[in-house]
Design a protein around this ligand. Structure first.
Ligand code: MEV
Length: 425
């Protein structure tokens, strides 16, 4: 048991060095040497980098990274690093990709690399008139935005377009300006937020209103990653499997309760690659779920159909705001290694790979659910975790995991008993 905390107010915690913070924390919470050693061991992120990345840094949380094999995307074989704590996620992608490989794998595309920044304008009595005043300033707006980021302009990005909407709210009408910006190989949050903040005073001046929020939208629907794939019916176990999967999709398409889980499975794959490459998992997740609701009811991010040849065609289309520069992508050594393994040239290419992984993940989940159920495969993989939780080490982990699967009882209580037997206790 650790100490009950009397106060969470620790004055100047951020001013201490990492080891001082760990020592202080260990003293306050009576952590033992094992805990403080764990905190001090930062794995593949140095204490120094970690300490600069976030406030009050005391350690890292290491997540396993696995490689999805068998992925063939746009005629090229790719190895995809995935960071996830969930046992079956990497295996699911490998399996789906294997079943698609002989038929050519995945074909991908991208709608563009444009991010949206929003500027909120209030206190205007004539919002419709104000809207046109802003739209007329498009070229001035372009100049203000492009001046914010000369490097982005040099790389071929920058301001692309302007949208202005009047929305009705409980606080009265608001005039919402959208800056549409090509952010090239950056995720682009910093670039577009800077532009929005720089431009806001001019918008207030042109309209006589007051600006408040100036921030990107995570509904990045001008940065849609797309992937499609055809699985031959004979490669996936026949027509009954195919038809079960189509019905699984129709279920998700029609029912938000199912769609949430269906899309969670897709995000198992998507977020794992986003995390492994040091990108912002929450941004991609927010965009995905908002996009899944774009028609007024939450629905599936994928679509599934039967081709004229009787094969199974899967399609995914979703916002994918990821970058190769900025954020942790260049800072975290593991993210840099992941990008090397992927061997890709642009943020769009990364987004497309991620979309293919999402589609593959959904294929495997639907196939398992429509046939044997997911517990068999999941528990087989999870048996290793249970074996380790029961205390198995070294060779015992595999041995005990096999015993648990054979007994059909992947449970901690059974694992503890079986481990004792295995050790002859
Ligand atoms: C589990 O992490 C993901 C699934 O629930 C996805 C799905 O139901 O489609 C298996």
């Amino acid at each position: 048991m650790t100490q009950t905390l009397s106060s969470s107010r620790i004055s100047g915690f951020h001013k201490h060095s990492v080891s001082e913070r760990i020592a202080l924390l260990s003293k306050i919470m009576q952590l033992d040497a094992t805990d403080s050693d764990l905190l001090a061991n930062c794995g593949n992120l140095s204490q120094e980098v970690g300490n600069h990345m976030i406030e009050n840094f005391v350690g890292t949380m290491t997540i396993p990274v696995g490689i999805a094999t068998n992925m063939r995307i746009d005629g090229k074989d790719v190895l995809v690093p995935m960071a996830t704590e969930e046992s079956s996620v990497v295996a699911a992608v490998c399996n789906a990709a294997r079943q698609a490989y002989d038929n050519g794998g995945f074909i991908t595309s991208m709608s563009g690399a444009e991010m949206i920044a929003q500027i909120q304008l209030v206190n205007v009595t004539d919002p419709t008139h104000a809207r046109l005043c802003i739209l007329e300033k498009k070229e001035e707006i372009r100049a203000i935005c492009d001046a914010c980021d000369p490097l982005l302009i040099k790389l071929g990005g920058g301001f692309r377009d302007l949208e202005v909407r009047v929305i009705e709210t409980k606080s009265g009408p608001m005039v919402i300006t959208h800056l549409i910006v090509d952010t090239r190989d950056a995720m682009g949050a910093n670039a577009v937020n800077t532009m929005a903040e720089k431009l806001a005073p001019s918008i207030a001046q042109w309209t006589g209103g007051k600006t408040y929020l100036r921030i990107l939208s995570n509904l990045a629907d001008r940065r849609l990653a797309r992937a499609r794939c055809i699985w031959r019916t004979e490669d996936i176990g026949g027509e009954a499997v195919r038809d079960g999967m189509i019905m699984a999709y129709h279920f998700a398409e029609s029912d938000p309760y199912r769609a949430a889980t269906h899309n969670k499975g897709i995000m198992n794959g998507v977020s794992a690659v986003v995390l492994a490459t040091g990108n912002d998992t929450r941004a991609v997740e927010a965009g995905a779920h908002a996009y899944a609701s774009r028609n007024g009811r939450y629905s599936s991010l994928t679509s599934w159909e039967v081709t004229p040849e009787g094969d199974l065609a899967g399609v995914i289309e979703m916002p994918m705001a990821v970058g190769l520069v900025g954020g942790a992508t260049k800072l975290h050594p593991m993210a840099r290694a992941a990008l090397k393994i992927l061997n890709i040239a642009s943020a769009s290419e990364l987004a497309q790979v991620i979309a293919a992984v999402g589609l593959a993940q959904n294929f495997s989940a639907m196939k398992a659910l429509a046939t044997t159920g997911i517990q068999k495969g999941h528990m087989t993989l999870h048996s290793h975790n249970i074996a380790m939780m029961a205390g198995a080490v070294g060779k015992e982990v595999d041995q005990l995991a096999k015993i648990l699967v054979a007994k059909g009882g992947v449970r901690i209580d059974i694992a503890e008993k079986e481990l004792a037997l295995l050790r002859g206790e």
